[in-house]
Write a protein that binds this ligand. Structure first.
Ligand SMILES: NC(=O)c1ccc[n+]([C@@H]2O[C@H](COP(=O)([O-])OP(=O)(O)OC[C@H]3O[C@@H](n4cnc5c(N)ncnc54)[C@H](OP(=O)(O)O)[C@@H]3O)[C@@H](O)[C@H]2O)c1
Length: 245
């Protein structure tokens, strides 16, 4: 184990399009980052190389968050390497459309087990470490404004994100005052033409601030939460006003 003077972050989903930007920015805030990836080894390696320029002790591990045993193993490895956990960012997520009449059990399991079950057991492992530490630590979950919208073609995804928002409040209440637990719900930040139902132009029409989100919009919100000592159990929508419509 390395006794660490630096703050340490455990993050899932740092090989994601937004997740990789978040991991880099957390390293930029002075954290050592221990992150997980699942199938995107190349993107994870590229992200780790960038992070190590500013945070040389950062490291990564493969983990399927839909399997609690994998999460447990990742935390065991984490605890062998680090003696503190200041921040969990639970960002790993699966996203694709599932038209309601045709949703299969396999699709339901892959979306709900990755997003909701995975986030729960990741939070549980993190809280086990954090609750015994003599300082305040933080958990940030990543959800989606679709938790407050009615998307007919994304039921397993939106239900899982709504569930994470509720878990955020339960963990915040259970572990106050030692762990601050909040959620960020982005609007559309990155475009995925293979999976999105609307074109970017159609999305922008629904956003009062007339642009898609930028990873920096999310990063700024994370930094705000890292500097806040009196906010817990909140869902922060970062959506350019999309939910106003
Ligand atoms: N980007 C947006 O516009 C947007 C909008 C609303 C909400 N969000 C939320 O913000 C967070 C970050 O988004 P993103 O753009 O980085 O998402 P993304 O590009 O879809 O990346 C998803 C991440 O989750 C990981 N993942 C997927 N299945 C996994 C599994 N079974 N086990 C472990 N890891 C798994 C992926 O790892 P591998 O690639 O290595 O498999 C990847 O790192 C997500 O929670 C997302 O729902 C994003």
């Amino acid at each position: 184990m390395k006794p660490s003077g630096r703050k340490v972050c455990f993050m899932t989903g740092a090989s994601g399009r937004l997740g990789s930007e978040i991991a880099l920015s957390v390293a930029g805030q002075g954290y050592t980052v221990f992150f997980t990836w699942h199938s995107s080894e190349e993107k994870a390696t590229e992200t780790l190389e960038k992070i190590r320029w500013i945070s040389p002790e950062s490291t990564m591990v493969r983990c399927d968050v839909s399997k609690p045993g994998d999460i447990k193993s990742a935390f065991e490895l984490f605890s062998k390497q680090f003696d503190r956990l200041d921040l969990l960012i639970a960002s790993a997520s699966n996203f694709y459309s599932t038209p309601l009449p045709e949703v299969t059990e396999e699709e339901w399991d892959s979306l709900v087990n990755t997003n909701l079950k995975g986030t729960f057991f990741t939070m549980q492992e993190a809280a086990r470490i954090m609750q015994h530490q003599p300082f305040v630590s933080r958990i940030i979950t990543m959800t989606d404004i679709s938790a407050d919208l009615v998307w007919r073609n994304f039921a397993p995804y939106t239900v899982s994100k709504t569930g994470i928002q509720h878990l955020t409040k339960i963990f915040a209440k259970k572990f106050a005052p030692s762990i601050l637990v909040n959620s960020i719900a982005p609007g559309t930040v990155t475009i995925n033409p293979e999976k999105d139902m609307d074109t970017p132009e159609e999305m922008i029409k629904k956003i009062p601030l007339k642009r898609l989100g930028d990873p920096l919009d999310i990063v700024r919100t994370i930094i705000f939460l890292l500097e806040s000592d009196y906010i817990t159990g909140q869902i922060i929508n970062v959506d350019g006003g999309r939910l106003l419509q």
